[in-house]
Design a protein around this ligand. Sequence first.
Ligand code: IMP
Ligand code: MG
Length: 178
Amino acid sequence: MSERPYVIDQMISAKAIAARIETLCDEIQDEFAGTDKLVVVGLLRGSFVFIADLVRELNLPIEVDFLEASSYGDGMESSREVRILKDLRGAIEGRDVLVVEDIVDTGFTMQHVIRLLKGRKPSKLRTIALLDKPSRREVEVKADWTGFEIPDEFVVGYGIDYAQRNRNLPYIGKVRFT
Ligand code: IMP
Ligand code: MG
């Protein structure tokens, strides 16, 4: 896609993200204390950095699996139609599951994934999103844990892309067109 020139302004530092993850993991550990083996499900691709940091802070027996849902394509607007591009490898019936998302924006992706996975009868299903843009919500859904609430800005970094770029930035930055 043709890109307008832009710069990236830092919004959340790597240090702030790491500190927040420590707190979140304490809460997640309390919630899942005594679990046999938690299935941590990362939504590809945006959550890959977040899930990597999250699981290394989690002192619980876990498995990791991935699900790829697509609603954005390469643009900046949700298509509102969620497709599953890659399904889980493992069964989750009777298991404790934590879904890890990068951003809850309109809410369509999270709503779709929750419905899909609930249909598979996990014993417990919880959700965590690194970022939440509540002002953009179109369907009523909220993650059980949220890293940071942010305003209606297009962000990149820490796994999150704009047209597939900038996923490797260690911090969250906002895209500003110049
Ligand atoms: P939703 O279905 O509208 O809630 O969109 C969720 C997905 O849109 C997220 O998992 C992201 O992949 C993508 N998304 C939402 N906001 C942004 C953003 O600011 N930057 C990059 N991707 C975003
Ligand atoms: Mg995503």
